[in-house]
Design a protein around this ligand. Structure first.
Ligand code: AMP
Length: 368
């Protein structure tokens, strides 16, 4: 097992397996092109190792050039493909064979095909060392494939995770440990946000606070922020359909997460059902709902104190705070039954030392 940044990766393909695939591709391409002088175009940065080994395996006259494109940020495909460098050689009437390290969704490829469609090349072919046929949704059929691999995040042999791992001779795959998805439950002021901050570090989870996402949108005066503001200012809940679709977006944006902490969501039966259905569609589930319990009077005092520091308008006025408690009692508290029926409800005393409370939560999570 190796660690790159925050993630663990386990061995996937040995150097020998990779080189065998490279040799196979070189032989196939040689069969088709050994009688002319093709131009191989490596796609940087990822393909540099593949191109080097490929050229050593391709023992016929050829030229080599490079283009640089990028579509990955972190572990997920951003969909943004930039052309950073164009092929400058005179390629008119020549056969061009693109050498890609990996093709997954095909977005980068689409850009390349577009780039070369504007030239007068004789033939244009695509060769990719790794190919994720499961997720490829491009129109272009890949001409030469080294290895068809499942949709796993891989690093090594030129491929990186946030720039690390390119120099590995072997290919490693992300070590997907069992995903943990938690719902932090509790009235405003119960300490959900504070505890989520500790738990996300301890368990490497993505923290999604719907309240924070709304505040971020209000601060940036987005459409969503404008819509949510009137509800939030009164201490009312934002309508379900708005909150649910926002939550889904946040999960989608973090599809590489090892798990989620949902903080402030779900707050209604409709939200709880929507969350279950949504997670199920992604082969995920809520593993536990943990409630932080504390008496109203303690919470009011905490919130008023927090309001002084944060300037949050809904934390500065006791009547708005009480209204949020009413919303909680009417709409959110019934979810206790919903999760209890699924055997997923756990209550934790939310009063005491912050570290101690984290310990109480960790005990529940470690027993999952
Ligand atoms: P919070 O920071 O979790 O206390 O949320 C602050 C405010 O954002 C709430 O009082 C609601 O107006 C709104 N809000 C946050 N999460 C939700 C949700 N799941 N459903 C509806 N409204 C929400």
């Amino acid at each position: 097992m190796i660690k790159l940044h925050d993630k663990l990766f386990k061995p996937y393909l040995s150097e020998a397996e990779i080189l065998a695939a490279v040799q196979k591709m070189a032989d196939e391409i040689a069969r088709d092109y050994k009688d002319e002088v093709p131009i191989f175009v490596g796609v940087l940065n990822g393909s540099f190792m593949f191109v080097a080994d490929f050229l050593k395996a391709y023992q016929f006259p050829c030229e080599v050039s490079f283009v640089k494109l990028s579509s990955y940020q972190g572990l997920t495909s951003t969909g943004i493909v930039e052309t950073l460098l164009d092929v400058s050689e005179d390629i008119e009437g020549r056969s061009v064979i693109i050498l890609e390290d990996i093709i997954d969704t095909g977005r980068t490829l689409q850009q390349l095909v577009h780039l070369f469609s504007k030239t007068n090349v004789k033939e244009f072919k695509i060769a990719s060392l790794f190919y994720k046929s499961e997720v490829y949704n491009g129109e272009y059929t890949i001409d030469y494939i080294g290895l068809d691999i499942p949709n796993r995040f891989i690093v090594g042999y030129g491929l990186d995770y946030n720039e690390l791992g390119r120099n590995l001779k072997e290919v490693y795959q992300l070590n997907q440990t069992h995903m943990i998805n938690l719902v932090l439950f509790g009235k405003p002021g119960a300490g959900k946000g504070t505890q989520a901050g500790f738990l996300k570090e301890k368990y490497n989870l993505k923290h999604i606070s719907t309240g924070d996402v709304f505040r971020y949108n209000m601060k940036n005066d987005t459409q969503l922020g404008k819509l949510a503001k009137s509800y939030i200012d009164r201490g009312d809940l934002v309508p379900d359909e708005v909150t649910i679709s926002m939550l889904k977006d946040e999960v989608e944006k973090n599809s590489d997460a090892a798990g989620f902490i949902f903080d402030g969501f779900p707050r209604t039966a409709a939200q709880a059902e929507a969350l279950d259905n949504f997670l199920e569609s992604k082969d995920m589930q809520v593993d536990a709902t943990i409630a932080l319990e504390a008496e109203d009077d303690i919470l009011v005092a905490r919130l008023l104190e927090r309001g002084k520091e944060s300037g949050r308008s809904d934390d500065q006025d006791e009547s708005k705070i009480r209204n949020r408690f009413d919303e909680y009692n009417q709409k959110t508290a019934p979810l206790k039954d919903y999760y209890s029926k699924q055997g997923k409800f756990h209550a934790v005393n939310g009063i005491g030392d912050i570290v101690e409370i984290t310990g109480r939560l960790a005990k529940v999570i470690d027993a999952l």
